[in-house]
Design a protein around this ligand. Structure first.
Ligand code: PBG
Length: 341
């Protein structure tokens, strides 16, 4: 059948008709809100490169999520900014560390009504800002990486300790983001041996070495002091490699997979979803994606609400079941209003 019998415009004539046939629907339950808690902060501190976003003192973490909760968002992803950093990132697994305290406060306030996920990585906690134990004098002669390397196997043992400390504080989900090989296996083993067999792992399985993380590193003081993360995070030129990364994490026991960033990687989201349709897939719409829209909106060049709703819808349409977004609160509010479509 073809024109004039087929007229796709018939189904676009009225808003109610468009809504009736829409293939993708967002709800606040799709969103996970990243929350930054800073050990030294005494009041909410605005993040200059992320207008409208704050670093919160630990004792204000409940307040920090209450707006999102009241709008129907039911999950948060915690990031800590510790008072103390060293080469081994030891404040990351301190029982009374910044994230561990925040988890306890959230669980006391919300109990099982709010899902608390924690980022498991070392970059905010190490003095050099890398996502693991740095060995100087390694990889010499390999060209641009210079004379240092992040030691994979030592790092994953520490990631296991960090995950256990988060679980002990009450985290429901731990989310390893360091892109170390075997990190999911090491964390699963550590959790199981300490009796946390029901704590789920949401693995940043497919995480690219992206320049869209810039504002986040400002927000969390986690930029590497030297070098960059290209020797552990994925090369933006690769899509098929995502299958290798995701399959390893599936075998190692990941419960939820993640692709990060989102907007420039919609093809990868679709690929991972099609390869593992039976695994929940999260997509992380990262700090640069937020700041880019904010900046254009502040200049009056883009309509913020419409662009955000279009972007989030695109991420879901590409195959994401969970969207980690700094726009979670605004989007949840906008979902109560007339849709922009
Ligand atoms: C930590 C981590 C990063 C992000 C989340 N976890 C930064 C990085 O890998 O450099 C980025 C989040 C964002 O940009 O919103 N490894």
């Amino acid at each position: 059948m073809s024109f004039p019998n087929l007229r796709p415009r018939r189904l676009r004539r009225l808003k109610v008709l468009r809504d009736l046939v829409a293939e993708t629907t967002l709800t606040p339950k799709d969103f996970m809100l990243p929350v930054f808690v800073a050990e030294k902060a005494r009041e909410p501190k605005p993040v200059p490169s992320m207008p409208g976003y704050y670093r919160y003192p630990v004792d204000m973490v409940v307040e920090a999520v209450s707006k999102a909760y009241d709008l129907g968002v039911r999950s948060v992803l915690l990031f800590g900014i510790p008072a103390y950093k060293d080469e081994k990132g030891s404040s990351a697994y301190d029982k009374n560390g910044v994230v561990q305290k925040a988890v306890r406060l959230l669980k006391e306030a919300y109990g099982p009504r709010l899902l608390v996920a924690t980022d498991v990585c070392m970059c905010q906690y190490t003095s050099h800002g890398h996502c693991g134990i740095v060995k100087v004098g390694e990889n010499c002669g390999l060209g641009e990486e210079g004379c240092w390397a992040v030691d994979n196997d030592e790092t994953i043992e520490i990631l296991g300790k960090i995950a256990v400390s988060h679980a002990e504080a009450g985290a429901d989900i731990v989310a390893p983001s360091s892109m170390m090989d075997g990190m999911v296996q090491a964390i699963r083993r550590a959790l199981d041996s300490e009796g946390y067999k029901d704590v789920a792992i949401m693995s940043y399985a497919v995480k690219y070495a992206s320049s869209f993380y810039g504002p986040f590193r400002d927000a969390t003081h986690s930029a590497p002091g030297f070098g960059d993360r290209r020797s552990y995070q994925m090369d933006p030129r690769n899509a098929l490699e995502a299958i290798k990364e995701a399959s390893l994490d599936v075998e190692e026991g990941a419960d939820i997979l993640m692709v990060k960033p989102a907007l420039a990687y919609l093809d990868v989201i679709r690929l991972v979803k099609d390869t593992y349709p039976h695994y929940p897939l999260a997509a992380y719409s990262v700090s640069g994606e937020y700041s880019m829209i904010k900046a254009a909106a502040e200049k009056g060049w883009l309509e913020e609400k419409r662009v955000v709703m279009e972007t989030l819808t695109a991420i879901k349409r590409a195959g994401a079941d969970i969207i980690i977004t700094y726009y979670a609160v605004d989007a949840a509010l906008w979902l109560r209003e007339e849709s922009p479509f």
